[in-house]
Ligand binder design. Structure first.
Ligand code: BT5
Length: 254
């Protein structure tokens, strides 16, 4: 993958038209945030073959050997308020799912709020970071990590929980094709989002545990209930045994 190769035949207006490429970098999200501070254009793509400090949420790490994955961040300046950012996370998951399905035919499901699953195993994740001044949203960095061509059963801490496209398909796939499709879906969805499109119903329809019982670990305590869906604000809706519904804004589904 090269910046020229990524742009060639991409056909987007802005998504991925500016490419910042690294063989190795700490974290593409960190670079994208620096690019925001320098006023880089909307849709700037920061992509790396390898990250030495790949980030997950809440201080967790993202693991990927060099050249095996898609590891990238998109810099966006959406016309949204901070509370609406979960829409962009859901939209990103949907664009990713559509791109994966169109290239591989594999069914993609989600685990709220940001996991991309194939046959119940984590194949990718989304990490969104924002820049704010007071109430104003200055920028959003959307980071995406996708396991494409590598065997995760080799990693003891992920074995049985994670998977890749090559593991599921039994053959390697073209990362460039997947990336370009994802950028196209992402641009289309992003433009619709700016016009007021709400992605939560489609996102809900792809939840792996929809209608099932789930336990969610909250910042304080935990909640248990049947997964009813995700609302427009991106909160997970759980129906408790007593029939009441609780909205979970932050938590980990176990
Ligand atoms: C995520 O976090 O799932 C968001 C991951 C985002 C990574 C991208 S790569 C490009 C961009 N630049 C960055 O620095 N980050 C973004 P979270 O939900 O917190 O999940 C992290 C957890 O997933 C870890 O604690 C591991 O248990 C597990 N994990 C780590 N690497 C994995 C992998 N390659 N595949 C599946 N699971 C993994």
């Amino acid at each position: 993958m090269t910046p020229e190769g990524i742009r060639e035949g991409l056909g987007t207006k802005f998504m991925g038209q500016e490419v910042v490429y690294f063989p190795t970098v700490g974290s593409t999200n960190e670079v994208a945030k620096e690019m925001a501070a320098r006023g880089a254009p909307e849709g700037t793509l920061v992509i790396a073959e390898e990250q030495t400090a790949g980030k997950g949420r809440l201080g967790r790490h993202w693991i990927a050997p060099a050249g095996t994955s898609l590891l990238f961040s998109l810099l966006l300046y959406p016309d949204l308020i901070l509370e609406e950012v979960p829409r962009l996370i859901m939209l990103t998951c949907l664009a990713t799912a559509e791109a994966i399905e169109s290239v591989t035919g594999l069914p993609v499901r989600f685990k709220w709020p940001n996991d991309i699953l194939i046959r119940g195993r984590k194949m990718g994740g989304v990490l969104t970071e924002v820049g704010v001044t007071g109430e104003r949203l200055d920028y959003v960095v959307v980071g995406i990590g996708l396991n494409v061509n590598w065997d995760l059963s080799q990693v003891p801490e992920l074995a049985g929980k994670a998977t890749s496209l090559s593991e599921e398909l039994g053959r390697e796939i073209c990362r460039l094709e997947l990336l370009q499709r994802l950028l196209r879906y992402m641009e289309g969805g992003y433009l619709r989002l700016q016009e007021g499109y709400l992605p939560h119903n489609v996102f809900t329809s792809r939840l792996a545990n929809l209608g099932e019982k789930a336990e969610v670990v909250l910042p304080r305590g935990k909640e248990e209930g049947f997964v009813e869906g995700v609302n427009a604000e991106g909160a997970l809706l759980l129906r408790r045994e007593d029939g009441t519904t609780v909205r979970v804004i932050m938590g980990e589904v176990t």
